[in-house]
Write a protein that binds this ligand. Structure first.
Ligand SMILES: NC(=O)C1=CN([C@@H]2O[C@H](COP(=O)(O)OP(=O)(O)OC[C@H]3O[C@@H](n4cnc5c(N)ncnc54)[C@H](O)[C@@H]3O)[C@@H](O)[C@H]2O)[C@@H](O)CC1
Ligand SMILES: [K+]
Length: 507
């Protein structure tokens, strides 16, 4: 892993910005909870801890409360056990210095799972001990109604002019319909709000819980799809822009879980179509890399590649006639491909006119997932070529020159991994950089390994996350090896360490 400071506007960053401009990919405005999870994780990895994010989030909400310019006689914070509740604890810390503050934890405190929420909860408990705020723990509807009744009493009592309710119950972690006591609390608060709309102010942290009709939603970092309240403000919490454009450990949340009780072949099977009389190492590297992740990997190639394949019992051979993969193999291979989730095309396939015909016919005919690498990229006749959305290209700089002029065309639906010291992964509406890997990766075969890894992941995932995660894994192996051996490792070492990398990243 290179440390980020080395990317002071190097060629690659400029290339990234040039491609992003060309593809007209601007920063997303709305994000899904899963995307937020990816950003959170990658912020943590690249330098801004979740604790800092939580602190900034709480502070941002507190600033909005101050902006309301209301001298609240009492503030209540309804906090869940997740990080939304954690934000609530941070807000309570700030409120308590200026307002009478009452923190309510909903659910058993043992359910608090993240360290950042735990830390802020402990501080709230200390503040209760020293009398800076009040605290109650609500476990069921009964206790909830009891507390809400006291709030109602305060509202009836005319001298209390304004009461603030902070909704830090649930944020992007909500799943399914609201369970009790949350739904009881939300319903009761809505009743109070309708009866005392002037005296009662309700502010939701990030997104309003259920159908709470909050006066204001203070949304953190980016607007969420869930946002329903028209009265919202989006607050920056200090996540640098580039974080959203980096591949990190967070991206692995986008991959499908391996099926637990799966049986053979459910976790993806891959067909490697490559090799020739001259090159038999390349397709075997791709296949061996894929075999560490996929269930079944077959190499379809000519006889002398089969000799190499036969040294690896974990690889299935499929022998083709002749010395090169050529046009008269098309029907046979289109048929064979139907039994596989993903095809890896190109490793060592050689550049000659017959193979050129094969590559173009195969890619025009197939509807399956294909990772297109190396010679195959050179052999395509781009003048009348469909960049299908189930294609992932893995060119290095030189090979990229073949496809660069087509990426802006509306018909460009493929995903590209532009390999380099900083890899750039993009399709027509996403673009990310990957910084794993090091100079040791220039050794021959790493490109074959990369397309094998991507093919194995792509077999049971979507194209863009497969391209990102596969590229990350490949470089990550190089980083593990660099720690041990400096730059003095080769592709066989990468394949050997691949299971360790996969375990660390995916397990
Ligand atoms: N990058 C960001 O956007 C940041 C997000 N942070 C906060 O973190 C929140 C997400 O935190 P979490 O992922 O921990 O999730 P939440 O805190 O939103 O809620 C998760 C908890 O609620 C419970 N829950 C889920 N669905 C439920 C339902 N239907 N009924 C009852 N209980 C339910 C779960 O058991 C879980 O414990 C965001 O909304 C935001 O407030 C901040 O800490 C700062 C960083
Ligand atoms: K909330």
């Amino acid at each position: 892993m290179k440390d980020i400071k080395c990317f002071q506007k190097t060629g690659n960053i400029l290339k990234f910005e040039e491609l992003r401009a060309k593809l007209k990919i601007n920063d997303k405005n709305d994000v899904s909870p899963l995307e937020i999870k990816v950003i959170d994780e990658n912020s943590e990895q690249y330098g801004i801890s979740k604790e800092t994010l939580m602190e900034n989030a709480g502070r941002a909400v507190y600033e909005e409360i101050v902006n309301l310019n209301v001298d609240f006689s009492k503030t209540y914070l309804f906090c869940g056990t997740g990080n939304n509740g954690g934000d609530g604890f941070v807000i309570a810390r700030h409120l308590a210095n200026n307002f009478a503050t009452f923190v309510v934890l909903i659910g058993n405190e043992r359910k608090i799972k993240t360290s950042e929420t735990q830390r802020n909860f402990n501080t709230v408990k200390n503040m209760e001990f020293f009398g800076n705020l009040d605290y109650a723990n609500i476990l069921d509807d009964e206790r909830a109604v009891e507390l809400l009744k006291t709030i109602e009493k305060e509202l009836e009592n005319k001298q209390n002019d304004h009461i603030l309710i902070i909704d830090a119950m649930l944020g992007t972690g909500i799943t399914g319909i609201l369970k009790n006591p949350y739904s009881t609390i939300v319903d009761y608060l809505n009743v109070l709000k309708s009866k005392y709309s002037k005296k009662l102010k309700m502010v939701s942290v990030d997104i309003q819980t259920g159908n709470l009709n909050a006066d204001l939603e203070v949304i953190l970092h980016k607007r969420k799809f869930e946002n329903k309240n028209k009265n919202f403000v989006v607050k920056d919490i200090g996540i640098p822009k580039y974080i959203e454009n980096m591949v990190g450990k967070g991206d692995f949340y986008l991959l499908n879980e391996r099926k637990q009780n799966s049986h053979k072949g459910q976790n993806g099977n891959v067909l490697v179509i490559g090799g020739s009389k001259e090159y038999h190492g390349a397709p075997v590297f791709s296949a061996l890399a894929a075999s560490k992740f996929a269930d079944i990997v077959t190499v379809a190639s000519v006889s002398n590649v089969m000799n190499t394949v036969s040294n690896y019992p974990e690889l299935m051979p499929y022998e083709l006639t002749g010395d090169y993969i050529v046009q008269n193999h098309v029907d046979e291979l289109l048929e064979l491909s139907k039994n596989y989730d993903c095809v890896v095309l190109g490793s060592g396939i050689s550049v000659n006119s017959d193979t050129k015909e094969f590559v173009n016919s195969y890619l025009n005919e197939t509807n399956g997932k294909v990772v297109i690498d190396a010679d195959a990229i050179k052999l395509i006749d781009y003048s009348n070529f469909k960049f299908k959305n189930n294609f992932i290209f893995t060119p290095h700089k030189k090979e990229f020159e073949y496809i660069e002029n087509y990426i802006e065309s509306s018909g460009f639906k493929s995903t590209v991994v532009l390999k380099g010291s900083l890899d750039i992964i993009f399709n027509s509406n996403n673009i990310k950089m990957n910084i794993t890997g090091n100079q040791g990766m220039t050794v021959g075969g790493t490109g074959d390994i990369l397309c094998g890894i991507i093919g194995a992941i792509y077999a049971c995932n979507d194209a863009f996350p497969s391209a990102c995660c596969g590229t990350y894994i490949n470089g990550y192996c190089g980083d593990l090896l660099e720690k041990e051996y400096g730059y003095y490792y080769n592709s066989t070492d990468i394949i050997k360490i691949l299971p360790k990398a996969l375990k660390e990243l995916l397990y």
